[in-house]
Write a protein that binds this ligand. Sequence first.
Ligand code: C5P
Length: 238
Amino acid sequence: MAARNPIYVALDVPSPDVALKLAQTLGPAVAGFKVGKELFVSAGPELVRQIRGAGASVFLDLKFHDIPNTVAKAVAAATRLDVQLLTIHTCGGLEMMKAAEASAQETARSTGRPAPVVLGVTVLTSMSTVDLNQVGVAGDVARQVERLVGLGVQAGLRGFVCSPLELAMLRQVVPDSTQLVTPGIRGPGDAAGDQKRTLSAPEAMEAGATWLVIGRPICASPDPRAAAERILASLSPA
Ligand code: C5P
């Protein structure tokens, strides 16, 4: 039996035309596409509709962080767009996270579609312990990640985004059904770029990832479809 395809391709491109072309080329070889701030601000919800219209799943990575009412409304709008995964910042607090999850569930019920998984983002990987201390958070990054994930679980979140090196630790503290989504995936021959803490795709799956977000190793390859297929093949049992 073929293994489940866990690959979400990060469409980190500025133009909707390039994004759509990549989505068409890669669609059958991956689980779905991550649309982030750059692409969403330039191409808007219509691009999400087009990707969904072509049958692919969408991870809307806009990292909502605002008062609970505003985040709930943004999550409702994303649910109406029929995305499968979306992100919020866990440091928005317990009430904000509860409002986001409730909004996803209620909107899904009223529109008759499955609720998207609301993923909590913890400490951005661009932040060090020193950066955290500067904004008034005592303790180190690992402790803050664990604290925020605990709060997210309490709020009813069913998934989190984490670095590959946090997977094993988080698997010990989250319920078994929790979805863990990880970027920072690099194979032995890939350029790391600005990613400092990486695992390969099979290593990340072994460590407990549910979904892998992969950008440049696929999109910057001369043959993106072949690159995606190679990564998928590396996950199949020999
Ligand atoms: O090109 P690359 O594979 O590094 O792309 C990874 C994707 O995951 C990018 O869209 C990046 O913004 C995102 N991401 C990340 N690290 C995080 C959170 C998101 O690399 N901590």
